[in-house]
Ligand binder design. Structure first.
Ligand SMILES: *[C@@H]1O[C@H](CO)[C@@H](O)[C@H](O)[C@H]1NC(C)=O
Ligand SMILES: [Ca+2]
Ligand SMILES: [Ca+2]
Length: 187
């Protein structure tokens, strides 16, 4: 009996490490789970929303992005949820053909214009996907600096490049949460 139990525990552990799984409504990509959130929130509120999700492998954060493939995967979750012409009416300048909106990602500056950090504490290394002339560290009169990053949604062909912009953190945008998949190998 003891031997049988031991064998089945070992078998389960082996299967668990070989197969990643995500909760319902989350999408699996390379060992992590992602979920698009259509609510438009400030960067901090978006991160707090992501923090409410967890599974046995860890908790959620705004998605940190470490490769072109991951950038595309995350952005496509947004793109598959909105129409190319779905320009929200809250954007600052609705007649701008490329108004500033899109989805928050986990990259931000915890000190104004300090080093870029991910809310999930992963190291950004050298992967950045800035739009040309960004990050421009703009300041808004009487308000805070552009210290939070979003993937910029464009209504033209450049959208396929899925570039990043630093933005005022109290802007509201939809976002993608990320958490480790169940079954992920622990380091
Ligand atoms: C800096 O970027 C913001 C978007 O984050 C844009 O609205 C602003 O016009 C840019 N500022 C300059 C001086 O280019
Ligand atoms: Ca900044
Ligand atoms: Ca900017």
């Amino acid at each position: 009996m003891k031997v049988l139990i031991l064998i089945s525990v070992v078998a389960m552990a082996t299967v668990g490490n070989a197969l990643y799984s995500c909760p319902q409504f989350w999408n699996l990509f390379e060992g992590n789970c992602y979920r698009y959130q259509g609510d438009r929130l400030t960067w901090s509120a978006a991160e707090a929303r992501c923090n409410r999700y967890f599974n046995s492998a860890g908790m959620g954060h705004l998605a940190s992005i470490h490769s072109l493939a991951e950038n595309r995967f995350v952005y496509e979750m947004f793109k598959s949820s909105v129409s190319i012409n779905d320009i929200p009416n809250w954007v600052h300048n609705p007649v701008d053909p490329n108004p500033i909106y899109g989805i928050w990602i986990g990259l931000h500056q915890t000190v104004a214009d300090g080093p870029w950090k991910n809310s999930d504490d992963t190291d950004q290394d050298n992967f950045f996907r800035w739009r040309s002339l960004e990050p421009n560290n703009s300041y808004y009169v009487g308000e805070q600096a552009e210290d939070c990053v979003h993937i910029w949604h464009f209504n033209d062909d450049s959208d396929i490049q899925q570039k990043w912009n630093d933005m005022y953190c109290n802007e509201v945008m939809s976002f993608v949460c990320k958490m480790p998949a169940d079954g992920q190998m622990r380091r």
